[in-house]
Design a protein around this ligand. Structure first.
Ligand code: AKG
Ligand code: FE2
Length: 533
């Protein structure tokens, strides 16, 4: 999979460059080969035209006769060799190496659904995405009718008719407004009509189907079918009948209902606009999820009554920060969420990325039932784990994390480095393990008491960390670090720490985090006397 991290997509960019060089080399060697053949053919043409002017005279010269025989015996092998020895198979083997990291059809589906996710979370119009009109983006290519159709088809195959209608409609708009394209318009109308119907617009589906039927097969790319035999047309004719029957039945029902009420026949006028509603499951309708989407969009979801108590200050609570103090910004009081600005340098960031890059793997989540690690659509990124022993820098990040948090490293996890891909995100979750899934964390270290997260990139748009229960949003800022406690002082998980990583809209997102655990913090974060605190 490559769409889940920018680091892997970067590899494809380099591979594309290599492929271009390979292809050019192949073309040059083939051109050379064909060039030789061309010269021989011209030579033959020249000889024969001269000879044919006076055949008797030409053959009368025994030298000519000898040369003629030679040309088609020993010389002829050269021609056959030139025809046989194409460099194609050799080139194919070479290409296999270069393209081993190329994306698969799963990547294409993943990348298309990432665009749809961005569209939903950031409430973007189809046209905005198709034209690359996104914050901070310059000179974006525009998606063609075919490409929009492709995205629509991905949605359709996923039974997501809401997006299928939007993208296919947009494909149709582009197709009809621009010069001739290679899009199979009948096929597009076929998909669009059916998706429109499934979204509850029978009349509109019928109109689209009628349009399809008037197109004729000549509009169908690459097919020379007679309309009556074209499978798209056959299906369309059946659908047309079905839609008409449905509309008639509906009208009949309405007429009967109207008669029942008043005795008058009053058929309500059909609405013309298309009805297209996003179908959300129970979770996606929940306040948790809507709050996530709204916070990602930059909307205010909560009024914070203690906002006036939030502070910014220098901190020198540890010898490590005596000379270069921490620049602390308090974002929330309970739970305490703070951001430290300018904490790691660009050189340190570059080194962490360099160490992590070759080891990135799709980030996993713990299945609460089985306790097993698995990949999930709600967490799309790649991660690598780095040990203190690997590099003095990794060790120094651990020491810095301990110093700023006042926690001990006894049971801390290794450094997790995360790189997000196209629309990469992590839906609302807790970093601690719930009671029901206790035991998924090893007893010897206890639950995750605190999260320290370092932001290693600035992001043009999207990609924030949002707290859905308290309405806090942290903007990634290169070199900054955020820290919060996941557990209350009585050891219970703090439900107010529910948080998420918003999908990256424009830019690259790299973060790394240290998770501190309970054991070993007995003297650094003691429990409170009040059991509910
Ligand atoms: O990347 C982020 O902003 C948050 C990541 C996160 O919450 C996690 O990895 O647990
Ligand atoms: Fe998290």
């Amino acid at each position: 999979e490559v769409f889940t991290s920018m680091a892997d997509l970067e590899k494809i960019l380099y591979a594309e460059n290599d492929v271009a060089i390979d292809l050019k080399r192949y073309i040059a060697s083939e051109e050379q080969r064909i060039g030789k053949l061309k010269r021989i053919a011209e030579d033959y043409e020249h000889h024969s035209s001269l000879a044919l002017e006076d055949v008797d005279k030409h053959l009368a010269n025994p030298v000519n006769a000898f040369l003629l025989v030679k040309r088609f015996t020993s010389d002829w092998d050269v021609v056959l060799d030139l025809i046989r020895n194409t460099t194609g198979p050799e080139f194919l083997t070479k290409l296999e190496d270069t393209t081993s990291c190329f994306p698969t059809s799963d990547d294409l589906t993943g990348a298309a659904s990432a665009l749809l996710r961005l569209q939903d979370v950031y409430a973007l119009k189809t046209e905005q995405i198709a034209k690359g009109r996104l914050r901070g983006v310059k000179n974006s290519p525009e998606l063609s009718a075919e490409e929009c159709f492709e995205i629509g088809r991905t949605a359709y195959n996923d039974a997501d008719y809401y997006h299928a209608v939007m993208w296919m409609q947009h494909a149709l708009d582009i197709e009809r407004s621009g010069p001739d394209s290679t899009l199979d318009e009948a096929l597009l109308l076929d998909y669009l009509a059916y998706s429109t119907y499934l979204q509850g617009n029978v009349k509109h589906a019928l109109n689209l189907t009628n349009e399809l039927l008037t197109l004729g097969s000549s509009r169908r790319q690459g097919t020379m079918l007679i309309p009556s035999l074209d499978p798209v047309h056959v299906r369309a004719r059946n659908n047309k009948k079905y839609y008409e029957e449905m509309i008639a039945e509906e009208a009949m029902k309405r007429r009967q209902a109207a008669l029942g009420d008043t005795g008058d026949v009053e058929v309500e006028a059909e609405k013309d606009e298309i009805h297209n509603e996003r179908k959300l499951d129970e979770y996606r309708k929940s306040s948790d999820f809507t709050s996530y989407e709204r916070l990602c969009r930059g909307e205010e979801t909560h009024v914070y009554e203690h906002a006036h108590k939030l502070t910014c200050q220098f901190r020198r609570h540890h010898p490590m920060f005596y000379i270069n103090p921490l620049r602390e910004e308090v974002m929330y009081l309970d739970p305490r969420i703070v951001v430290f600005h300018n904490l790691i340098t660009d050189a340190e960031i570059a080194k962490v990325k360099e160490l992590a890059k070759p080891r990135l793997n799709r980030a996993t989540v713990q299945n609460p039932q089985t306790g097993k690690l698995e990949t999930a659509n709600y967490r799309v990124s790649k991660s690598a784990w780095l040990k203190d022993e690997e590099d003095p820098l990794i060790k120094s990040i651990s020491l810095k994390s301990a110093a700023l948090s006042n926690l001990t490293l006894t049971t801390v996890e290794e450094l997790q480095v995360l790189n997000y891909g196209i629309g990469g995100h992590y839906e609302p979750h807790y970093d601690f393990a719930r009671k029901t899934e206790r035991g998924t964390f090893e007893e010897w270290r206890g639950n995750r008491v605190a999260t320290v997260i370092y932001y290693m990139t600035d992001i043009e748009a999207g990609g924030g960390t949002v707290f859905t229960n308290i309405g806090v949003r942290l903007f990634p800022e290169k070199g900054a670090c955020a820290i919060w406690y996941n557990l209350r002082r009585n050891g219970e998980g703090d439900m107010k720490t529910r948080h998420a990583a918003c999908p990256v809209l424009v830019g690259q997102k790299w973060v790394c985090n240290k998770w501190f655990h309970e054991r070993g913090q007995e003297f650094s974060r003691s429990c409170a006397l009040d059991p509910v605190e």
